[in-house]
Design a binder for this molecule. Structure first.
Ligand code: AMP
Ligand code: ZN
Length: 475
């Protein structure tokens, strides 16, 4: 085996690129903050899904498919979810209404991600399945003097004491004093420090809650309640990846407070120097210079893009959005427009449909990706491979393997899944006609498909000798 490719990746923690050296090359471990499942994901949310899928694929290529564990969580406990459940299912008991909202949204998210060419992460844990792990971490923080119980406006809470951590703020490079001076955090009298944040908060009878059997100084301090936002990722990452793991990712907006606070919780609970060695953040997808977000109201859902005609009066295949995203480096902002989708589609239309047949991805693409996931250079290299393959069919497999590495392999069904199944049905019908010796009708189907750019190829099954027909999109 040749030398393993060295990846150089930018680390938000150090603000520099460095060689990526996994803790255990037999099991490279990555955690990415996933969606809060109360509503359809928009195409800004698609960016981390695509960016970290590209990284996942690269890691699998370099370290081996079975040697990468990628965890992306599902946040299914959140006050936004409660509000949505009350709005959409006012007649139902809250728990049931919440389950309806979260299950539907989660299924939708997983479908969306698939349509964008993303592999399933190794695990997609739900926060509500890890409440015990969260309670355990909170108890450790209480025991180690990093957390305290206080009564705020909405009842009793367990808060993280930021003043108890000497180097709180390392990731975002904020100093506690700056935050106080800037008064960005509303002063709440029950907090020892304005930047202290909630680990656990009490729930009223009509809110979702779990028993929180905390003990402070040997005395019962239990609070029936629900977790704060940050603690879930500390619990789930520890469960699947251990106290210290390799890569933690998410969008730029998560650096503060979410990732800063995850780090504070995990490091202080476990007494470790690091939570993850490498922190990676994707830039925003913007519309006219503003971050696409629910609150700005400037969003297009992934589902809209795929299935409605809201963007440019037509639907778009998932891989076109994927390519449009990867045509910008992950740390740069993307100014999103229909024009970008059209550009990506034009590029795509010049790429051949091909099979990798066991070929290795071309070094030009691997090297580009190894340089801090430079997908811009990788797409350029891929395009050059595509043009070379168009001229010389012997080069098709290398192109296909390289495209597959980026999750960008044009498929026969690139036309659209729906069209593909319609073609399959017609091919099937033609085989029936041939069996019935209705050759005129069989030929008519074949010619109709050809006129639509779909070529049928008849062959024989080696084992049974029966006729089999495959089809491809003619270029
Ligand atoms: P949220 O559901 O808002 O917690 O976001 C889920 C993920 O999408 C997080 O990693 C966010 O950082 C990311 N994200 C949200 N909006 C955008 C955007 N406009 N561009 C890029 N990433 C985003
Ligand atoms: Zn998180």
């Amino acid at each position: 085996m040749g030398a393993r490719t060295t990846l150089r990746l930018y680390n938000t923690l150090t603000r520099a690129k460095s060689d990526f050296v996994p803790i255990d090359p037999e099991n490279v471990r990555m955690y990415v903050c996933g969606p809060t499942v109360y509503d359809f994901a928009h195409i800004g949310n698609a960016r981390p899904a695509i960016v970290f899928d590209a990284l996942f694929r690269l890691l699998r290529h370099v370290f081996g498919e079975g040697h990468v564990t990628y965890v992306r969580n599902i946040t299914d406990v959140d006050d936004k979810i409660n509000a949505r459940a009350l709005r959409d299912h006012p007649g139902l008991p809250l728990n049931q209404a919440i389950r309806l909202v979260t299950e539907k949204t989660e299924t939708q998210y997983i479908e969306d991600a698939k349509a964008l060419g993303c592999l399933d992460p190794t695990v997609q844990p739900r926060a509500t399945e890890h409440i015990a792990g969260m309670v355990a971490i909170i108890q450790q923080l209480l025991d180690r003097g990093h957390a305290y119980v206080a009564t705020g406006g909405e009842g009793r809470e367990v808060l993280f004491s930021t003043g108890s951590m000497a180097d709180y703020g390392q990731l975002s490079r904020r100093k506690l004093e700056d935050q106080q001076a800037g008064a960005r955090v509303a002063v709440e009298a029950h907090k020892k420090d304005p930047s202290d944040f909630v680990l656990w908060k009490g729930s009223a009878a009509d809110q979702p809650g779990w028993s929180g059997p905390f003990v402070v100084d040997g005395k019962d301090a239990s609070i029936f309640g629900r977790p704060g936002w940050h603690i879930e990722c500390s619990a789930m990452s520890q469960h699947y990846l251990g106290e210290v793991f390799d890569i933690h990712g998410g969008g730029l907006d998560l650096i503060f407070p979410h990732h800063e606070n995850e780090i504070a919780q995990s490091r202080c609970a476990h007494g470790t120097e690091r939570m993850a060695n490498l922190w990676m953040h994707n830039g925003f997808l913007q519309v006219e210079g503003r971050k696409m977000s629910k609150s700005e109201g400037n969003f297009v859902t992934i589902d809209d893009l795929l299935h409605s005609e809201k963007l440019g009066g037509r639907t778009w295949p998932g891989e076109v959005l994927r390519l449009a995203m990867l045509m910008t480096h992950y740390r740069e902002p993307i100014d999103f427009s229909v024009k970008r989708l059209e550009e990506a589609e034009r590029l795509f239309s010049r790429w051949p449909v091909a099979e990798a047949d066991g070929a290795a991805p071309d070094a030009s693409v691997v090297e580009a990706l190894a340089d801090d996931l430079n997908t811009v250079a990788a797409v350029q290299a891929l395009h050059a491979l595509a043009l070379a393959a168009n001229a010389d069919p012997a080069r098709l497999p290398a192109f296909a393997a390289s495209a597959a590495l980026m999750g960008l392999l044009p498929r026969k069904s690139e036309v659209d899944e729906a069209v593909a199944s319609a073609v399959d049905a017609l091919v099937e019908m033609r085989l029936e006609m041939l069996k019935a010796k209705n050759f005129a009708e069989a030929d008519r189907i074949r010619d109709d498909l050809l006129a639509r750019g779909i070529q049928l190829k008849d062959g024989k099954d080696a084992a049974t000798g029966e006729r089999v027909t495959i089809w491809e999109v003619k270029r």
